[in-house]
Design a protein around this ligand. Structure first.
Ligand code: ATP
Ligand code: MG
Length: 423
């Protein structure tokens, strides 16, 4: 048993912590039970199992202080760790154990919000000391590093919406998902919410499935197995879900369907990039409501500016704490566009975050190879222009930061200006 200072002080003050452990190896189980004895007053719940067992649990005790999980059998320990962190109560500390003794793995686990990682076989008292360290840090208010790791591990839903048709929203959603996956070395899931006419699965040369509509109808039925079956793998770090509902069939998502669905899927994927249809205001609103980030892409046309403003207002109304990123795109050379970037910025009362150049050969290469543009054409100026946006998306969510307000009056002034120019 680890008779360490924090454990003793907890025991003396009769403050025990609530702890669970899922461990495959029986020797490690016994060692962990012993090390946790003091700090849990003998009430640690140490079971046979692994991170898979933990991920299969649908509910966690709200007051759980500490979870110890065995990552030795995990195929992708970091992705599983990120998924587990999103399912656990925010205040729960997590310590991983496993057979790999590698500092890169340790860092990745810390980055997704784990408090420590110990390699097996566990030396005597090692777990007790790790728990003490984690408790001490928690008592000190977690500290900036731990806080950063915690907020970095928060589930993120990025909603990509085009102000007009054909402005490159799908190309952008796929490119961002692919670049985020590479940057974070984390699996990212793409979802095409245009159930009838979505083009994402076609663009990635993947099969559309019926199950997306079912899942939106009955989100309670979504479990780890369902997600594993419907999320199609494009590459090691990129998965996608999309449907091809018959054109005539109407589908009205019930209230909160998209947010319930996204919450369930976040148990498996921390990062979700949603390609959201312009033509379905119900789904558009629901996905936006559930998003931590919104990327609004518009071309430099008068209708584009008008609709970008309206969508900016919608984002402000339904997702006030989501971060909004404004992107200009489209197949037209911006130098020949009716509207200039400065006009757009003035009208929308905000800066454009990213200007995507027109690059038809790279867009074509992506279509021809059925791959994300950054993979099909890594040297494309589109990829270069996207890098700062990807870095900005990788920053931890700043809760409470409002999306920029819409500015309908400015648009009226702007259109008047354009009319005068035409005269
Ligand atoms: N920056 C770009 N330069 C050149 N071509 C592009 C660019 N972005 C997208 N394209 C091409 O423009 C077409 C429309 O792109 P995409 O499907 O991404 O647009 P969208 O906004 O999702 O359209 P929809 O409204 O149909 O959903 C595609 O053929 C794509 O390859
Ligand atoms: Mg599209």
């Amino acid at each position: 048993m680890a008779a360490t200072a924090v454990a003793q002080s907890n025991a003396e003050e009769n403050r025990s912590i609530s702890a669970m452990a899922f461990i495959t190896d029986s020797v490690a189980q016994a060692r962990i039970s012993g090390d946790l004895f003091g700090v849990t007053l003998g009430k640690a719940n140490v079971r046979e199992g692994s991170i898979d067992t933990a991920l299969a649990l649908s509910e966690w005790p709200r007051d759980l202080d500490l979870l110890i999980v065995d990552l030795a059998t995990a195929h992708d320990p970091v992705a599983d760790a990120a998924a587990l962190k999103t399912a656990l109560p925010g205040s729960c500390m997590v310590i991983g154990v496993g057979r790999i003794n590698d500092v890169a793995l340790y860092r990745d686990l810390m980055a997704v919000g784990f408090n420590d990682y110990l390699s097996l076989p566990l030396p005597e008292g090692a777990m007790g000391r790790a728990v003490d360290r984690a408790l001490e840090l928690r008592e000190r208010g977690a500290g900036p590093v731990a806080n950063a790791a915690k907020s970095a591990a928060k589930p993120r839903t990025l909603c990509v919406v085009g102000a007009r048709g054909g402005v490159g929203a799908t190309t952008l959603a796929v490119s961002l998902a692919s670049m985020l996956g590479t940057r974070l070395q984390e699996e990212v899931l793409l979802i095409d919410f245009d159930l009838h006419y979505g083009s994402m699965m076609l663009a990635l040369d993947l099969e559309a499935i019926d199950a997306l509509r079912e899942a939106l109808d009955q989100p309670d039925r979504i479990d780890a197995l369902f997600i594993q079956q419907v999320a199609q793998k494009k590459s090691d770090l990129l998965y996608a879900i999309g449907a091809e509902e018959p054109p005539g069939g109407g589908f009205q998502a019930r209230p909160h369907a998209a947010s319930d669905f996204l919450r369930s899927v976040h148990r498996r994927f921390r990062w979700i990039v949603a390609d959201v249809p312009r033509g379905d205001p119900v789904i558009q609103r629901q996905v936006m409501e559930a998003s931590t980030d919104v990327v609004l892409v518009t071309d430099l046309s008068l209708p584009g500016v008008r609709d970008a403003m309206r969508l900016q207002q919608l984002a402000h109304d339904v997702a006030p704490s989501a971060r909004l990123h404004l992107v200009t795109g489209g197949v037209l050379d911006p130098r020949r566009s009716a509207v200039k970037v400065a006009d757009l910025e003035r009208t929308m009362k905000r800066k454009v975050d990213c200007q995507l150049p027109a690059d038809v050969p790279s867009a074509l290469a992506a279509v021809n190879f059925g791959k994300p543009l950054p993979e099909a054409a890594p040297t494309s100026p589109i990829v270069k222009a996207l890098r700062p946006l990807v870095a900005a998306l990788d920053e931890p969510v700043d809760e409470g930061a409002p999306a920029a307000k819409g500015a309908t009056r400015t648009f009226m002034r702007f259109t008047k200006g354009l009319q005068l120019k035409r005269k």
